[in-house]
Design a protein around this ligand. Structure first.
Ligand SMILES: *[C@@H]1O[C@H](CO)[C@@H](O)[C@H](O)[C@H]1NC(C)=O
Length: 237
C-alpha cells in the first residue's frame, strides 16, 4: 500500500512529466500568466498618465452672471461626454432623437466611461484615451453639428517595462491631430498631461484659445480649473 502523501507526489511527478512531453500545453500556461501580469502593468500606467481636463465640467447652477464662462461644456446646452453603450442601445431601439448628455450628475457619479486602449510599439507603450459624445453642436453660428463622435488623446510611455516615463502626447480633434513632446504641455500632479477641451467640437488641445469658428484649431476652450479625467476608465481591447 502506498502512503497517501507519496501517492500525491507520484501524481504530481506524472503530471509534470506529461507537461514536459507536451511543450505546447506548458507554453500556453506560461503565456497566460505573462498576459495577466502585462495587463496589470498596463492598467497601472493607464491610471498614472490619464489626462486631466481643463476646464473642469461645471453645471449651470455654479455659474453666476456675467457668465464669463458661458462657453463651457454643459452650458448653453452643450454636451458632456456620453456613455457609448447607452447611445448604442438607444439607436438600436430605433430612437433617432438627439443624445446630448447635459446631466453633470452622470459625470460626477462616474457613469460615463473614458475608454482606453494600450499597445506596445517596440520598447514603448502607447495609451489612447477616448471620450465619446452623443452630439456636437454647431461650431459657429450655423454649421458643424453632428451626432456620435469620439475624441482621442494618446500618451506615449517610453521604456514602459524598464524605466517608464511619459514623453510625447498626441492631441486629437475632429479635423486632425498634433504631437507635443515633454516640456511642451502642462502637467498636473507630475504625471498627468492636461488637455483643454473644445466647447462645441470637444477636441483635445494643449492650450486655451479659439475663436468660436469652425476653422481648425479655433474651437473655443477656456482655461477654467483642472479636474481629473471625467468618468471611470474602461478598457476597450
Ligand atoms: C454604460 O451603459 C451601459 C449600458 O446601458 C451600462 O451597462 C454601463 O454600466 C454604463 N457604464 C457606466 C460606467 O455606468
Amino acid at each position: 500500500m502506498v502512503p497517501h502523501s507519496l501517492a500525491l507526489l507520484l501524481l504530481l511527478a506524472a503530471a509534470g512529466a506529461r507537461a514536459e512531453w507536451n511543450p505546447a500545453e506548458v507554453e500556453l500556461e506560461v503565456a497566460f500568466e505573462e498576459e495577466s501580469e502585462r495587463a496589470a502593468a498596463y492598467e497601472d500606467l493607464v491610471l498614472k498618465y490619464a489626462p486631466y481636463l481643463r476646464p473642469e465640467p461645471i453645471t449651470r447652477s455654479e455659474i453666476t452672471p456675467p457668465f464669463s464662462l458661458r462657453t463651457q461644456e454643459g452650458l448653453d446646452d452643450f454636451c458632456f461626454p456620453h456613455n457609448a453603450s447607452d447611445y448604442f442601445r438607444v439607436r438600436d431601439a430605433d430612437d433617432w432623437s438627439r443624445q446630448c448628455n447635459m446631466d453633470y450628475a452622470t459625470i460626477h457619479a462616474d457613469e460615463v466611461p473614458t475608454y482606453w486602449h494600450a499597445m506596445e510599439c517596440g520598447r514603448h507603450l502607447h495609451i489612447a484615451y477616448w471620450s465619446f459624445y452623443g452630439y456636437n453642436h454647431n461650431c459657429d453660428c450655423c454649421s458643424g453639428e453632428r451626432n456620435a463622435w469620439w475624441e482621442f488623446l494618446v500618451v506615449k510611455v517610453r521604456e514602459w517595462s524598464t524605466n517608464p516615463h511619459m514623453h510625447e502626447v498626441m492631441f486629437g480633434q475632429k479635423e486632425g491631430w498634433y504631437t507635443r513632446i515633454a516640456g511642451n504641455y502642462e502637467l498636473h500632479d507630475e504625471s498627468h498631461p492636461v488637455a483643454y477641451v473644445g466647447r462645441a467640437g470637444h477636441g483635445f488641445y494643449h492650450d486655451s484659445g479659439g475663436s468660436n469658428t469652425c476653422c481648425y484649431y479655433e474651437d473655443t476652450r477656456n482655461p477654467g480649473r483642472v479636474s481629473a479625467l471625467v468618468g471611470s476608465l474602461l478598457s476597450i481591447c
